[in-house]
Design a protein around this ligand. Structure first.
Ligand code: CO
Length: 460
C-alpha cells in the first residue's frame, strides 16, 4: 500500500527504495552505475537500513554457466519463500545496452514474481570503481528488503576477486576441460572460495577437475573448527546439484555466524579505503594540481631527476596545506561539557555536525567526541572521574571552551621561541599525545585567558 502523496512533494527515491518499489530500485542502481551526484546521497540514506540481506558472490570464467546456475539457485531459494535480488556484472564486455536486453530474457524465468529482482551492471571502462558500484547496488537491494542478494560476476581476475570479496560467501564456479584451474589459481580466486562448484558436471573431465581442486585443498591445513570448502557438482541446465548448493550455502552461513561481523568489517574497511583513495585522487586532480603539473612531474620521474617517494611527499604536503611554510592551523577546539551525549546530539541535530571519532583517555579521565568543522574539529570532553581536570574545570568555571589546539610544523622550535619571550609554559618539553603527535600546553596566564595546546603531527 503506498500512501497518498501530494503532486508537488514527490516522495524521495530512497524512501521508495525502502518500500521495495522495483522502479525506484532500478533507477537507484542506474544512478550508482552512472556515478551520478545523487548516488552518494542515496547510498547515505539507505545505508542505515542495510545488513539484513545475505550476500552471495558467484564468480568463475566465461562459459561456466553461471547465469543459469544463478537462475536455478534463485528458484530454489524462492521455494523456501525467501526473496532474491540478483546483480550480474560482466567486466569483460563493454557497455552496449545489451545488458538490459539480457535482463529481460533472464527475468522471463521469474516473470510475475515480485520476490525476484534481476539487474545487470555494465562497466564504463573504468574498472576501479566497479567493485564499489556493485556493492552499492547490493546495498540498495539489501535496503529494499530482499532476503538474499546474489552478485554474479564473469571472469577470474583481480576485479572479480574485489567484487566477490564484498559478499558474505564466495562461490567459485569452474567447468571441466577449459583449463581454468590454472588461470583461477594464478588470479588468487581459489583463496577466496568458500564453496567450489564444478558445473556442467556431466562433461568429460569433471572427475579430473573435482580431484584437482580436492588435491589443492588437501595441501592446505584446516583446523577442526575451520570451514573446509566443499567441492560440489552441478548441472545448471537440468538443475541437478542445485539443492545441494543451497544447502552448502546454508551450512556455511550457520558455520560462519560468529565470523560474519568481522568479515563485514573487513569489507567495510576495504570499501572505505578504496573510497578514500578515489576521493583523494579526485581532490588532487580538481583542487591541487595545476594544468600540466602531473605530466611534468612524470617527465622528471622518467628522466630520473625526481623519485616517486619525493614526488608523493611533495604532493601530499601541498594537498594537506602543510608545505613547510610554517603556517599555523587550528587543529581543534576542546569544549568541556557535563553531558557528552546531550552535547553531541545538539551539535549533530542542531548544527549538522557529524561525529567521526570517540576516544576514552584513561590517563586524563575523559571521554572525547570529535566533530569535524572544515579542516578543524570540535572536541567535546566529559570527565569520567571527579579527579579529571575537566571535572575541576566544569566545577569552577562551568562548561565551556577548555582549550584550543594549534598545529605547528615543529613544536620544539615553537616552545623555544615562546620560552625566549618569557611565556609561561605548562610543558617545557613536548609529550606524546594521540596518534603519536607531539603536544605541549601553554599556560592561560600568558595566552590572554585560553589554554593553548601546540601539536605537531608526526609522520611515520
Ligand atoms: Co584536545
Amino acid at each position: 500500500m503506498s500512501e497518498q502523496t501530494s503532486p508537488d512533494r514527490p516522495r524521495r527515491l530512497s524512501d521508495r527504495v525502502l518500500d521495495g518499489d522495483p522502479r525506484a530500485i532500478a533507477r537507484a542502481i542506474s544512478l550508482i552505475e552512472d556515478e551520478a551526484p545523487q548516488a552518494a546521497e542515496l547510498v547515505r540514506a539507505v545505508f542505515p537500513h542495510t545488513g539484513g540481506a545475505y550476500l552471495v558472490g558467484i564468480t568463475g570464467p566465461p562459459g561456466a554457466g553461471k547465469s543459469t546456475l544463478v537462475d536455478r539457485l534463485t528458484a530454489q531459494l524462492r521455494q523456501g519463500g525467501e526473496t532474491v535480488g540478483v546483480i550480474a556484472v560482466d567486466p569483460t564486455s563493454p557497455y552496449t545496452g545489451g545488458a538490459i536486453l539480457g535482463d529481460r530474457v533472464r527475468m522471463q524465468a521469474h516473470a510475475g514474481d515480485a520476490g525476484v529482482f534481476i539487474r545487470s551492471m555494465a562497466t564504463r571502462g573504468h574498472l576501479g570503481g566497479l567493485a564499489r558500484a556493485t556493492h552499492e547496488a547490493a546495498q540498495v537491494l539489501d535496503a529494499a528488503g530482499y532476503d538474499w542478494v546474489i552478485i554474479e560476476t564473469v571472469g577470474v581476475g583481480q576485479d572479480e576477486v574485489d567484487i566477490v570479496r564484498t559478499a558474505d560467501i564466495s562461490v567459485v564456479t569452474l567447468v571441466p576441460g577449459a583449463g581454468d584451474e590454472v588461470q583461477a589459481l594464478k588470479a588468487g580466486i581459489m583463496e577466496i572460495a568458500d564453496v567450489f562448484v564444478v558445473n556442467k558436471a556431466d562433461r568429460e573431465g569433471a572427475d579430473r577437475l573435482v580431484s584437482s581442486i580436492e588435491l589443492m585443498l588437501a595441501l592446505e591445513e584446516f583446523g577442526p573448527d575451520e570451514w573446509k570448502p566443499p567441492v560440489l557438482r552441478t548441472q545448471a541446465t537440468s538443475g541437478a546439484g542445485v539443492p545441494e548448493l543451497a544447502a552448502a550455502i546454508d551450512a556455511y552461513r550457520t558455520h560462519s555466524t560468529a565470523g560474519l561481523m568481522s568479515r563485514r568489517r573487513l569489507r567495510d574497511e576495504f570499501r572505505l579505503r578504496e573510497l578514500l583513495a578515489a576521493r583523494f585522487m579526485l581532490h588532487l586532480e580538481t583542487e591541487v594540481f595545476r594544468a600540466g603539473e602531473l605530466a611534468a612531474m612524470l617527465d622528471r620521474i622518467a628522466e630520473r631527476t625526481l623519485d616517486p617517494y619525493s614526488a608523493a611527499a611533495a604532493i601530499l604536503s601541498r594537498a594537506l596545506g602543510r608545505d613547510g611554510t610554517g603556517a599555523v592551523t587550528l587543529d581543534h577546539i576542546g569544549i568541556a561539557v557535563r553531558d557528552i551525549a546531550a552535547a553531541t546530539t545538539f551539535y549533530r541535530d542542531g548544527l549538522g555536525l557529524q561525529i567521526v571519532a570517540t576516544e576514552d583517555v584513561p590517563s586524563q579521565r575523559v571521554r572525547a567526541h570529535f566533530l569535524p568543522v572544515g579542516a578543524s574539529s570540535l572536541e567535546l570532553l566529559e570527565a569520567t572521574s571527579v579527579e579529571s581536570p575537566i571535572a575541576k574545570f566544569v566545577e569552577t568555571r562551568g562548561p565551556g571552551v577548555h582549550h584550543i589546539t594549534l598545529r605547528v610544523d615543529d613544536v620544539r622550535a615553537a616552545l623555544a621561541e615562546l620560552k625566549q619571550r618569557g611565556v609561561r609554559l605548562i610543558d617545557d618539553e613536548p609529550r606524546t599525545g594521540a596518534q603519536g603527535a607531539l603536544v605541549a600546553f601553554v599556560h592561560p596566564s600568558s595566552t590572554h585567558g585560553v589554554l593553548v595546546e601546540l601539536k605537531q603531527v608526526v609522520k611515520d
